[in-house]
Design a binder for this molecule. Structure first.
Ligand code: NAD
Ligand code: UDP
Length: 333
């Protein structure tokens, strides 16, 4: 079965393409390389011995997308392509709405024009806004606190409306919690340009000596040690969740929505302790003020994904740091 993977050279997309190949799927990557590099395609070949088809194309260019789909004839789509930096989305909302919404509309139109009914969409725990309690269940109220989150919520709404109009579609909305870590080979991982915004990439750069210390954003949250609590999931586990979702779509379930997390919340100080253990030295940090917009706690209730698609994360926090650090060291060589 052939799968069109938009954003397939990106962080989560590349790990998912590896899993697709390992599970006997053919994949066709479409990516405009705005946040990834073409050499990822070769890295995927080094890991799997299979070179996936790759097209450098932009979802904003509907004509090119349409040509690729007509030529490759995929049977299902996994849609990762999108811009994802929360802070940048506040500064450049039109860029985010245009890229994420228009790009998705083009993709859905091309799918419709070619009779493709199955899609897996990368949503995010950000659609829960400031949750009233944890763990978070899929039926909790949804809201957006920034333009990036608004694009995720809008795309979810578009997919729900599309399903109402065409109940022969099969749609899996996957709400990721905090993906971290890298492929165990050290060949693919997350390598953000400039100073990272997210916790784990920032910690990696501190450990590598590129940044002096970690700024812990607030120690007065309503959590066990006062620092923010999140649900970190190994990117390899997350990639596996897409295979489970595709298998579910093959059973023609209509529209389904699942949290993909571990169900375990770790604080920033838990993260510092675990990474220091992996490094064999203390990771330097300083307690600083809160980052605007951050919430106290965010972790998943994973029971629905477990029950309906048999999804359960297998890797622990130590694996996430060991693999992430291995990738960081490999990337620097
Ligand atoms: P990423 O930036 O590494 O990958 C996204 C890829 O999409 C990049 O390779 C980029 O070049 C490509 N892209 C962007 N706009 C495009 C366009 N118009 N046409 C073609 N290609 C385009 O990000 P990621 O971390 O792998 O995230 C993948 C998806 O998962 C995104 O939709 C993101 O919003 C979502 N998500 C990510 C996280 C996270 O923390 N990483 C959490 C929740 C949800
Ligand atoms: N965080 C931090 N220092 C940093 C980056 C993040 O203390 O340099 C904290 C942040 O306040 C939050 C947690 O780490 O409690 C995870 O932040 P991240 O940006 O990785 O994910 P998100 O906030 O989107 O869940």
């Amino acid at each position: 079965m052939k799968i069109l993977v938009t954003g397939g050279t990106g962080y989560i997309g590349s790990h998912t393409v590896v899993r697709l190949i390992e599970n006997g799927f053919d994949s066709v990557i479409v990516d405009n390389l705005s946040n990834s590099k073409e050499d990822v395609v070769d890295k995927i070949r080094q890991i799997t011995n299979v070179r996936p088809a790759f097209y450098k194309a932009d979802l904003l260019d509907k004509e090119s997308l349409s040509e690729i789909v007509k030529k490759e004839k995929p049977e299902a789509v996994i849609h990762f392509a999108g811009l994802k930096a929360v802070g940048e989305s506040v500064a450049l909302p039109l860029k985010y709405y245009h890229n994420n919404i228009t790009g998705t509309l083009h993709l859905l139109e091309v799918m419709q024009e070619n009779g493709i009914k199955d899609i897996v969409f990368s949503s995010s725990a950000t659609v829960y806004g400031k949750p009233e309690s944890v763990p978070i269940k899929e039926d909790f109220p949804l809201s957006a606190t920034n333009p990036y989150g608004a694009t995720k919520l809008m795309i979810e709404d578009i997919l729900r409306d599309l399903y109402k109009a065409d109940p022969t579609m099969n749609i899996a909305i996957l709400r990721y919690f905090n993906p971290v870590g890298a492929h165990k080979s050290g060949l693919i991982g997350e390598n953000p340009n400039g100073i990272p915004n997210n916790l784990v990439p920032y910690m990696m750069q501190v450990a590598a000596g590129k940044l002096e210390y970690l700024r812990v954003f607030g120690d007065d949250y309503n959590t066990k040690d006062g620092t923010g609590v999140r649900d970190y999931i190994h990117v390899e586990d997350l990639a596996g969740g897409h295979i489970s979702a595709l298998k579910k779509l093959a059973q023609r379930p209509g529209i389904v929505t699942y949290n993909l997390g571990t169900g375990i919340g770790y604080s920033v100080l838990d993260m510092v302790k675990e990474f220091s253990g992996v490094l064999g030295r203390e990771l330097p940090y300083k307690i600083c003020g809160r980052r605007p917009g951050d919430i106290d706690e965010c972790y998943a209730d994973t029971s629905l994904a477990k029950k309906e698609i048999g999804f359960a994360a297998e890797k622990n926090l130590k694996d996430m740091f060991v693999d992430g650090w291995n990738f960081q060291k490999t990337a620097e060589r």
